[in-house]
Design a protein around this ligand. Structure first.
Ligand SMILES: *[C@@H]1O[C@H](CO)[C@@H](O)[C@H](O)[C@H]1NC(C)=O
Ligand SMILES: *[C@@H]1O[C@H](CO)[C@@H](O)[C@H](O)[C@H]1NC(C)=O
Ligand SMILES: *[C@@H]1O[C@H](CO)[C@@H](O)[C@H](O)[C@H]1NC(C)=O
Ligand SMILES: *[C@@H]1O[C@H](CO)[C@@H](O)[C@H](O)[C@H]1NC(C)=O
Length: 343
């Protein structure tokens, strides 16, 4: 009984009070709506007056090229990489290119390049493979050396040469040149590999490892964590506190060979323009630039930064191996291709 009355009571109350409450809610909502309109207007004005936001927020089908000549950015470009091409192959990639492999090499290493062309890099000259292999060099050699490089380039059409001085201390510039080149001429490719001219690359294994990845943007290689800068003044890798002030290097992959999705390249390149050059190229590109561009690094034990045994068997289940002489390149390749190879 009481319960019923109570219910009736509250039902009446609800109807009575709902009206003014309803209009209060309505007022609030329209207030919020108008406020939104005003904020939107301000944001729109700000957007059209101030520099464009730095990173594209929406994923598009194709990676967006980083274009520093037209892009107005709020962040300062401190490392513009404004070298010119002495030799270039702007058409080396095409619509079907799946993998672009860029080999960092020095001008004088004709035989190393020849060994790569004749072994693991031969896929680059097979137009049906959808794989491109290019060699990256700097400049500054003698006139004679330059003539030989130009001749080599005319012959094979696989050399990219920029105007910076080719030296060990400038290897980061060379790797930045790789990012720039892919950003300009090879965004149709799916994957990229950076390696050196003393590396043997098992290309089918590399492709298998890449095709397994599920992330859109990534770097794949042999990962180092918490590595401290070398403080031994006698070491080849000595790094002063002035050159690098943090206690440890950021997570990075060995520079002997690392791979990435081409979708990560425009952002890595853009990050490199904003970060002071650091001479160790792997720490620079796969550590500092990747950290800034928020590109995840993924470990794969197949990327050996050391020297595996110089046999086909040792390379059958790996992706890369380091420190190979020219003769060793040919030996590994021959054994690996041998259908009778038993391990
Ligand atoms: C490259 O940029 C630097 C710094 O902005 C400038 O000093 C230099 O003159 C530029 N070089 C070329 C070749 O444009
Ligand atoms: C190269 O790409 C074309 C077009 O996508 C494809 O038909 C062909 O099978 C590819 N070749 C290889 C070796 O994957
Ligand atoms: C030009 O390059 C080709 C291919 O590397 C080589 O066979 C030839 O000897 C070179 N010629 C000169 C003059 O260097
Ligand atoms: C490259 O390295 C050489 C010697 O290590 C140096 O003199 C030169 O200034 C460096 N930078 C460029 C952009 O060439």
């Amino acid at each position: 009984m009481f319960g019923n009355i109570d219910q009736k009571d509250s039902w009446l109350k609800r109807v009575c009070c709902a009206l003014p409450r309803f209009s209060l809610v309505w007022h609030c909502l329209s207030g919020v709506f108008i406020l939104c309109l005003i904020i939107n207007g301000i944001l729109y004005l700000q957007n059209s007056l101030s520099p464009k936001s730095h990173y594209p927020g929406i994923e598009t089908e194709k990676p967006k090229r980083t274009d520093i000549s037209t892009e107005r950015t709020a962040e300062t470009i401190i490392n513009p990489h404004n070298y010119s091409y002495i030799l270039n192959q702007p058409g080396a990639c095409h619509a079907n290119t799946v993998l672009i492999m860029m080999v960092c090499t020095s001008m004088k290493n004709f035989q190393e390049r020849e060994a790569i062309r004749n072994t693991w890099g031969a896929v680059g000259r097979d137009t049906k493979s959808n794989i491109t292999v290019l060699f990256l060099v700097g400049s500054g050699g003698s006139e004679d050396l330059q003539k030989q490089i130009s001749n080599e380039s005319n012959h094979y059409k696989d050399i990219i040469q920029e105007s910076f001085i080719d030296s060990y201390r400038n290897l980061s510039i060379k790797s930045q040149a790789m990012l720039k080149w892919i950003n300009s001429f090879c965004l149709t490719a799916k994957y990229a590999l950076k390696t050196d001219d003393d590396m043997y690359v098992n290309v089918p294994n590399l492709l298998r490892a890449l095709n397994k990845q599920t992330l859109e943007k990534f770097i794949l290689g042999f990962i180092f964590v918490n590595a401290p800068p070398n403080q031994n003044k006698k070491s080849k890798w000595y790094t002063s506190r002035k050159d690098f002030s943090e206690k440890t290097y950021p997570r990075y992959t060995s520079g002997t060979a690392y791979s990435m999705s081409v979708k990560a390249v425009p952002e890595l390149y853009k990050a490199s323009l904003m970060i002071k050059l650091f001479w160790l190229e792997d720490i620079y590109i796969t550590g500092l630039c990747a950290r800034r561009a928020k590109i995840p690094q993924i470990n794969d034990w197949g990327f050996h930064y050391t020297k595996p045994a110089t046999t086909g068997c040792a390379y059958r289940n790996t992706i890369t191996g380091h420190q190979n002489t020219i003769q060793e390149m040919y030996k590994i390749h021959k054994e690996l291709l041998d259908p009778k190879l038993k391990c």
